[in-house]
Every structure is written in C-alpha cells, then in structure tokens.
Design a protein around this ligand. Structure first.
Ligand code: NAP
Length: 366
C-alpha cells in the first residue's frame, strides 16, 4: 500500500520545474494581449520575447500597445521592449502567433525553419494537408501530422494551428455529438461578438443597435475547418468527416462570445435524452493529462430556457468552457440547440496555449 502512505512531515517542496521559454508574435493585438495575460503566470511556459510589427518594434510594450484587458496593465510586461518578428532575435522553443494572416503566411515559416514550434491563430496554414488543425479534446492525435510536416518541409520546428473562433465554438456541440452519433447535415447560424474583428474592429455607428449579416471569409472557414478537425488521421493524412455544413455568420453588438444556433441531422435520429447524455458524458482526448488550460468540462449542458447568454456565461472555465442550451427536437433536421463560447479565449489565445500544453505533454517540444 505504498501509494497510501502519508508524506513524511519534513518533506521538502519538489524542485521547481524549468519552464519553456516562449515568444508571442503580434503581442500588441486583441489576441496577443490575451496571450500575454495567460502566459504571464503559466506553470510550464515563461514569456521570453514579445514581438510586433516594424511600427512597434523597439518601443516598450506599454508605449506601443493600448492594453484593453482587465487585471494588471500589460500583465507586468509594460517595460519590456518589443522585438521585430525575426527568428534571429526572438526565437524560442515555443512561439505563439497572433499575427494577421498575411504577416503569418510570411513570418511563421521563418520561425518553424529556425526550429520553433509555432502555435498559430491565423488562417494562413490551417487547411494545409500537413498542418495540424487542433482542438485537443477532439483530435489530439492529429498532432502526429507534425512528423510528416517536418519531413516534407525540412523544418526543425513546425506549425500547429487552432481553428477560426466560430468553428471552435460550433465544435463544442458538434464534436461530441458527431463522435457519438455521426452527424450528416448541419446548419449553423452565428451571432458573433465585435471583439472577433480585432481592435478597433467594426465602427460603432455600424455596430450599435444593429446586425451585420456578413463576415468576410467566415462561412467558408466554418464549413471546411470543422470537417478537417472531425476527420480521421489515416496513414499520415486526414480523411475529412463526411458532414455537409451550411454556415451563416452575423456580427452582433456583443463584446465577447460567439453564440451559434445549430440544427443537426444524423443518420439515425437519436432521442434528445441520448444527445444530452452524449454531451454530458463526453470524455475529451485530454482527460488525465492535467493540462493547465483545459477546463473541468469541455462542454456543459444547460437546462434554463434562456441560457447560455454571452454577457452572463462567457467567462466560465476561464473562457475555455463551451456551453450548450436549448437542446430540443427540430421538425426539419431532427435536433436543434444553441452553443456559446469565448471567441478570443476558446476561439484564439486559450486554444493555442492548450495546443502547446498538449504538444509539450506529448513530447513534441524540443
Ligand atoms: P489585431 O488586433 O489586428 O493584431 C494584429 C497583430 O499583428 C498586432 O500585434 C500587429 O502589430 C501585428 N502585425 C500586423 N502586421 C504585422 C507585420 N507585417 N509584421 C509583424 N507584425 C504585424 O488582430 P487580432 O484580432 O488580435 O487577430 C490576430 C490573429 O488571430 C488574426 O490572424 C486573426 O484572424 C486571428 N484570430 C482572431 C480572433 C479574434 O476573435 N479576434 C479569433 C481567432 C483568430 P502592431 O500593433 O505593431 O501593428
């Protein structure tokens, strides 16, 4: 019964763990600030370098960046001098990228070639066949694509991506339900927060008291990325999940949190009780790994008639928990529900940090 024996009274604390140095690219932006706040006190990672555009490089973080988050301003890094996004000056074993897509397409491969493992929020490489597009709870095995990527591209490091924020929220419901019952057709109508458009984003005169029924490129991302994430890794390539997805994306005057009304058709229609049980009993791929950023539950089922709501519920689980409500029969598709998630945490910074924790746990960080 060795494991039951009490620790000796004079036992000393374990030797402090050596943290992995990390770099944040795009540290001044909406997502970059969330990276900085999340990483300021992370048990595995230590912020080594903050980088931004040539406009900001050389300035102190507090001078170049308008801090827009709660808590300590600049997370204590206000005096840190920003570097350019150049691996010769700012390489680390782990690099988090909150760059705009065009900058990401040019700069992320330079860091990957220099031996860094880049965790990217940008869409530039998400749909490349050798690039993992991860939600660790749903497709942790897709990280295995990194070996193919390193072979094909000759990089010592690599690029791992997280999905578009709306895809990340949709999969909080669709992922567990597809795994249990095989979804065939999905209709998703999003109500997306203003923060998803970066800062300053949508002009207030357009956004206030209004709905804008168009977000450039968003519907295509939701329709394609979800199929890759739910696909099967087979012989070094992803066989996409055979689900027809139709997305309609709308910008609404909400600060944080994307809400999506979802209709689902399955091969054989499960009962509502079976669907609820599939969500409530879902066991994520990350179970037992002890990942710091993983929420206690990947998805929570709510029973109140009027929840989840972004203003009241979006911060649950540090912004990493996804919430499903209003699960009910649909006379056309079979089932319908509402899912809510934090677009700049579960859909951006928190997602990347969770990906990096998974890669570290699986031995991919050199
Ligand atoms: P943002 O607020 O506009 O920030 C962009 C960042 O990129 C800034 O730090 C900017 O630095 C830097 N940058 C721009 N051009 C650069 C260049 N040529 N070289 C180096 N750095 C450059 O954007 P965001 O909303 O944080 O989004 C960042 C990325 O995450 C985008 O790819 C976006 O699509 C993705 N994403 C965003 C969300 C969301 O909800 N907002 C969700 C998921 C994914 P300066 O300050 O110096 O200009």
């Amino acid at each position: 019964m060795e494991h039951l024996r009490a620790a000796p009274a004079d036992s000393r604390p374990a030797t402090p763990k050596t943290k992995v140095p990390v770099t944040v690219l795009g540290a001044t932006g909406v997502v970059g600030q969330r990276f900085v706040r999340r990483l300021a006190d992370h048990p595995d990672f230590e912020l080594a370098h903050l980088c931004a555009s040539p406009r900001s490089a050389g300035k102190a973080y507090a001078e170049a960046c308008d801090w827009r988050l709660d808590g300590e301003a600049y997370a204590g890094f206000g005096g840190k001098v920003l570097l350019p996004c150049d691996p010769a000056m700012a390489a680390s074993p782990v690099v988090f990228s909150a760059l705009d897509t065009d900058a990401a397409r040019e700069l992320e491969p330079l860091f990957a070639a220099a031996g860094c493992l880049v965790f990217s929020n940008a869409s530039a490489f998400r749909m490349e066949a050798d690039v993992p597009l991860l939600i660790p709870e749903l497709n942790a095995d897709h990280l295995g694509l990194l070996e193919l990527q390193r072979r094909l591209r000759g990089w010592k490091g690599g690029i791992v991506t997280n999905p578009n924020c709306t895809t990340a929220v949709l999969l909080g419901a669709l992922g567990p339900l597809h795994r249990a019952y095989g979804a065939r057709e999905v209709s998703a109508v999003s109500m997306q927060a203003l923060s998803g458009a970066g800062y300053p984003g949508v002009p207030s005169l357009d956004a206030m008291a209004n709905v804008i029924p168009y977000i450039k490129g968003e519907e295509d991302k939701v329709e394609t990325e979800a199929r890759k994430i739910l696909g099967r890794l087979d012989g070094g390539r992803i066989l996409e999940a055979p689900i027809a997805i139709s997305a309609q994306c709308n910008r609404v005057p909400v600060l944080e949190g994307h809400t999506i009304a979802v209709n689902l058709r399955f091969g054989t229609q499960p009962t509502m009780a079976e669907l609820e049980a599939a969500l409530a009993s879902f066991v994520p791929d990350t179970a037992g790994l002890g990942l710091h950023t993983a929420p206690t539950s990947f998805v929570r089922v709510r029973h109140e008639a009027d929840r989840p709501q972004p203003r009241r519920d979006v911060e649950e689980g540090g912004g990493m928990e996804l919430q499903v409500g209003r699960l009910r029969p649909c006379p056309v598709f079979g089932a319908k529900l509402v899912v809510l998630g934090h677009n700049t945490e579960r859909g951006a910074a928190g997602a990347s940090v969770l990906n990096a924790e998974l890669a570290l746990a699986r031995g991919f960080v050199r």
